[in-house]
Design a protein around this ligand. Sequence first.
Ligand code: GDP
Ligand code: ZN
Length: 449
Amino acid sequence: MTHPVRDTIAALATAPGRGGVGVVRISGSGLAAFAQAITGRALRPRHAHYAAFVDADGAVIDQGLALYFPAPHSFTGEDVLELQGHGGPVVMKMLLTRCLELGARLAEPGEFTRRAFLNDKLDLAQAESVADLIDAGSEAAARSALRSLQGAFSHEISQLVEQLIGLRMLVEATLDFPEEEDVDFLEAADARGQLSGLQSQLQRVLATARQGSLLREGMHVVLVGQPNVGKSSLLNALAGGEVAIVTEIAGTTRDTVRESIVLDGVPLHVVDTAGLRETDDPVEKIGIARTWAAVEKADLVLLLIDQREGITELDRAILDRLPARLPRIHVHNKIDLSGEAPGRAEEDGHPLVRLSAKRGEGVDALRQALLDMVGWQGSDAGVFLARERHLDAIRRAASHLDAANHCWHGLELFAEELRLAQNALSSITGEFTADDLLGEIFGRFCIGK
Ligand code: GDP
Ligand code: ZN
């Protein structure tokens, strides 16, 4: 493959704002001269040089480290220059302006990673994992993103693709033989065994990818329950031991609507429905509309009730408005006041957990019930971070293999289904990927990545 020469791009690679160090990254061609103009000296490839960064008149803008990575041995596969200066917004802007004077333009979001992809430094799944690593919401998610970045996911996919190609070649060869010999030829190579082996491997990859997608997306939980039933206490109990509780204050001054906690590595986004009631207050109405919008995206409902009172009319009214497909866990709280034992049971066909949010008894049972409900296997070992796009491609490939399995007596169709399965899988690593999909994927990156 030949690659078109692309223009030179520059961006602040570190987070905007103040920091000990700020990095400006430049990618393009002919950067040796570019580096010479800024640092006043020739840079040795892949060596850290302590240098003054100067403007067109030779006045010093900043001083710091300059690193030059000539193509193709760089992140983007092009010449890359990194200037590490002092992380102040003004000084970084001056340095960036100097780069623009020298002919660079500001990079678009994700443009460095996009170039790395276009120059075959990374496949698409790896490129996506760069953004996922940066956005990782838990250590387990970060480890899994790194596994994808290192190619664990891509490797699984390309192995499957290779096996598919082997089977396709076998079928194509068979198609070239006279009719009566077909069966023997395929049988000799155990084509059926190969196909069913592929099918089960695909299911295994799908299961792992589902775990990865859970780590990436987390689960969206709606907490339903009357005032004072113990919702805030339960959230605190669930978050117990976790370092980070991110609290987003809603538009109303009255209540917290959303909290994110991490459960066994799985991000848990909890929406408190405290404000879900009839109201004329316009501000509160906005908050309630937002809450219902969040309910639309929910994976699961936690119905919290006072163990001594059971489900009330008000709970019913809210439950009636929730989509019927939403899985639900009933939580009977305040068992310390009634003397019930903590533990799991069932109610109205939904799992039930009895606990005391205040004392903590039974909270572990709820944690486990939540993780069971979304199918979390309990560890991120071997899990690679996956996106909905990947799950979708794997499912499509699986359905083409199922279709193929019904086509043993029409080998043209069989071969076609195998081809479609291969295309679906290849879309994960980006072998045949439309420009608009690339735009969508890289457009969500931060600038400078
Ligand atoms: P929310 O309005 O649903 O968020 O309820 P809170 O979490 O603010 O709790 C309301 C009151 O119930 C507080 O005084 C809590 O201490 C109390 N409470 C919450 N959970 C329990 C529990 O398991 N046992 C007992 N005895 N009190 C609880
Ligand atoms: Zn509360």
